[in-house]
Design a protein around this ligand. Structure first.
Ligand SMILES: [Zn+2]
Length: 335
């Protein structure tokens, strides 16, 4: 399991809030119980006093320590009994004055030794899910929702295949890629015209890989470069860019739709290069072909993308256009 810095920060914050909430609730209950039965406050004070005395005795090792400890223990027990009796008599609910931590495994710290505790892990899972849900375009991005029907079966002799056969292969490949994803896996480049399902498939991969417990960051190229620019102009912390570099899978959607400037080219080179060097997988979708990529971002980036990424071509008539035509047909059929 791996989580991005963002996810981990938010999960830790929630754990801290849970701890504070529990603490505040305990203090509130305690104040109410003391107001209801003032004797409880005296008992608690006496219990704290006898605990301190016992600690001091053990530390000093002087005189008849054992007898004194036994006396303290007996006194302590009497106080405990009286306390319980008062609580029962006041008809306070069970556990009303329970001040145990939010998690008994880690004491609310989120870690057992150097290992992340299950309580913090669960919060990370929830935060990762929430983050991806907010980033992914429609919320429907699952492989089983990918429709083949919109890809024409017509055979293109110059390609030796049909758009549907090619898309079926792409779909199978992406499913396998997502199911078997391991850190350090291959990077992919989806190339094809707008509206051919590149965004949908890359979002399906993001969802599946994340559900399998890997850290995934999904961003459109526009948003990604805007973020880099915000850091350049000191509107965001440089630290906030760390996840693009550290996550196990980075998905950059719609490369080529952003305003490409020198700054954007440099940022793209930095991301692509750093991730290749660190053997971190990246999935990039673009409406640009090989020549466009080179013309827009230069030979260095194009050769890295085309040389080190596995390229998947997306072909077919424009799906959005097809959908519109179908909707129009259905509408006119109803009239
Ligand atoms: Zn815990």
């Amino acid at each position: 399991m791996a989580y991005t810095n963002n996810v981990l920060t938010r999960a830790r914050m929630r754990l801290r809030e849970d701890n504070e909430r529990k603490r505040a609730e305990y203090e509130d209950h305690l104040a109410k119980a003391y107001a209801l039965r003032p004797r409880l406050r005296e008992i608690d004070r006496a219990l704290r006093g006898s605990a301190a005395q016992a600690a001091a005795l053990i530390f000093q090792h002087e005189g008849d320590t054992d007898a004194e400890l036994a006396r303290l223990r007996e006194e302590n027990q009497k106080l405990q009994n009286e306390r319980q009796w008062i609580l029962d008599e006041a008809e306070l609910p069970d556990g009303y004055l329970d001040d145990s931590p939010v998690c008994s495994l880690c004491g609310g710290t989120g870690y057992v030794g150097s290992q992340m505790c299950e309580c913090l892990r669960e919060l990370c899972r929830q935060e990762q899910k929430r983050e991806l849900a907010s980033l992914l375009p429609t919320g429907r991005e699952r492989f089983e929702n990918f429709s083949m029907e919109l890809y024409p079966e017509r055979f293109y002799p110059e390609l030796g295949t049909s758009a549907r056969t090619l898309m079926q292969k792409n779909l199978n490949y992406c499913k396998k890629y997502a199911a078997e994803f391991q850190p350090g896996g291959r990077s992919l480049l989806f190339s094809g015209a707008t509206g051919l399902g590149k965004t949908f498939l890359s979002a399906c991969i993001a969802r599946q890989v994340s559900e399998n417990g890997h850290s995934v960051v999904y961003a459109t190229a526009g948003k990604l470069f805007a973020h880099y620019e915000a850091v350049k102009f000191e509107r965001a912390e440089p630290e906030s860019l760390r996840d693009y570099r550290d996550c196990e899978l980075l998905i950059i959607d719609d490369l080529g739709t952003e305003m490409t400037t020198q700054f954007v080219t440099a940022a793209l080179y930095e991301i692509v290069n750093a991730r290749l060097l660190e053997r971190k997988a990246t999935v990039i979708s673009t409406n640009l072909n090989e020549q466009d990529l080179e013309a827009r971002y230069g030979g260095q980036i194009a050769s890295r993308l085309l040389g080190s990424y596995r390229v998947l071509y997306f072909l077919g008539d424009d799906i959005r256009r097809l959908r519109k035509i179908r909707q129009n047909e259905e509408r006119s059929a109803r009239i």
